[in-house]
Design a protein around this ligand. Structure first.
Ligand code: GDD
Ligand code: MG
Length: 364
């Protein structure tokens, strides 16, 4: 047997059961990991990253809108992977979701299993994380990163040897800037030991439980590129970073200022910049400026409109001279001419905003 035998190649689980509520209305029909990001569904970047470290078998732990995943990826053959799907009838939480797919894993009790949150972009060295896991004979090894504001994440202090000493999920009083980056290596037997059939949070139940039992919960700190794309602002930033090559992905062959899908019609004097993605069949009018934004398929941006830092859903229309900054337009919504929408505005799917043109004539 060689060192590359299947027993040494880790399997992987990706957690994709969340509702993606912060990205509504886009996530009403499409689960967050399937939203187009730099030209492909977000999840494709994660699959390719797992492929790069030799993973062949991935189990998707689905719940919300589970049918969308299998319809797109099938058996995974086109990505060189074998993809299995498991659906929770009622969401089981992160730990319950991991436990619920255990019978699809083929490795022995000591085999390493990579577990990814389905909404994270990371440039860290996954092979090095696996290596630390093996060296420390850890129950679980967590990728950790430093962030400016840890309160929205799992705060994870470690000792001098990198051993995790506490796990404080979404604490208002963080004790360190170091957080759970949502990429774990589990010893398979630890997954089997999670209580089956009931909701379990890996962050609030499993990790604190392992620490209380004095199991080796190891941290692997690496401050590489890292982003949770759970909010509209982070989603557009992640997509733009992939398009511009700030984070490399095998799905983006030639990084640049913009990525334009097939059959899109872009006026010669329109400006696409800041890592903008223009989906298939889009039409961009004369003088329009689209900067650091994600346009899904069949979007129309009329002449003279400006769109910055925004996500524009499939088939949505933006009227002439309208200015959009940091907004989300739902699928098939329509924003008439001369509107101004800013900071956090969301237009619901199929909603119509009339023209905002104010016409004064002499004598009014
Ligand atoms: N299968 C399944 N079932 N998956 C779920 C469920 C569920 O019931 N609930 C959430 N997930 C998936 C989501 O789809 C997502 O991919 C992942 O689990 C994490 O859920 P989020 O809702 O995105 O959690 P978060 O971002 O607030 O916090 C988590 O990620 C942070 C890093 O981005 C935690 O793990 C934090 O500790 C961590 O710092
Ligand atoms: Mg998240």
């Amino acid at each position: 047997m060689t060192s590359t035998s299947t027993s040494t190649v880790p399997e992987a689980i990706i957690l994709v059961g969340g509702q993606g509520s912060r990205l509504r209305p886009l996530t009403l029909t499409t689960p967050k990991p399937m939203l187009p990001c730099a030209g492909v569904p977000f999840l494709t970047h994660q699959f390719l990253r797992l492929s790069e470290v030799g993973v062949k078998h991935v189990v998707l732990a689905t719940s919300y809108r589970s049918e969308v995943f299998a319809a797109y990826y099938g058996d995974g053959g086109s990505l060189g992977l074998a993809i299995d799907y498991v659906t929770e009838v009622e969401p089981l939480g992160t730990g319950g979701g991991i436990r619920n797919v255990a019978d699809r894993l083929t490795g022995g009790p000591d085999a390493p299993v990579i577990v990814l949150n389905g909404d994270v972009l990371s440039g860290h060295d996954l092979n090095a994380q696996l290596e630390v896991h093996r060296e420390m004979a850890a129950a679980v090894t967590l990728h950790l990163v430093g962030v400016e504001d840890p309160r929205a994440f799992g705060c994870v202090p470690t000792d001098g040897d990198g051993r995790v000493t506490a796990f404080l999920e979404k604490t208002p009083t963080p004790v360190t800037d170091q957080i759970n980056a949502g990429c774990y290596v589990f010893r398979r037997g630890v997954i089997d030991a999670i209580r089956a059939g009931v909701p379990v949070s890996v962050e609030r139940d499993t990790f604190p439980g392992l620490l209380a039992a004095d199991a080796v919960v190891q941290g692997y700190r690496q401050d590489a590129y890292w982003l949770d794309v759970g909010t509209p602002a982070a989603f557009v930033r992640g997509s733009a970073d992939l398009v511009r090559g700030v984070l490399a992905s095998p799905a983006v062959a030639r990084p640049g200022e913009s990525l334009v899908g097939g059959d899109a019609l872009v006026a010669e004097d329109a400006v696409l910049s800041g890592g903008t993605t223009v989906g298939r069949g889009c039409v961009i009018g004369s003088g329009a400026v689209v900067e650091g934004s994600v346009l899904f398929d069949d979007v129309w941006i009329a002449a003279g409109a400006t769109v910055t830092g925004s996500v524009i859903g499939t088939g949505a229309r933006v009227g002439e001279r309208s200015a959009l900054r940091n907004v989300v337009l739902g699928d098939h919504s329509l924003v008439g001419a001369d509107n101004e929408l800013a900071e956090g505005a969301r237009v619901w799917s199929s909603a119509v905003l009339p023209d905002a043109t104010i016409r004064f004539s002499p004598g009014d």
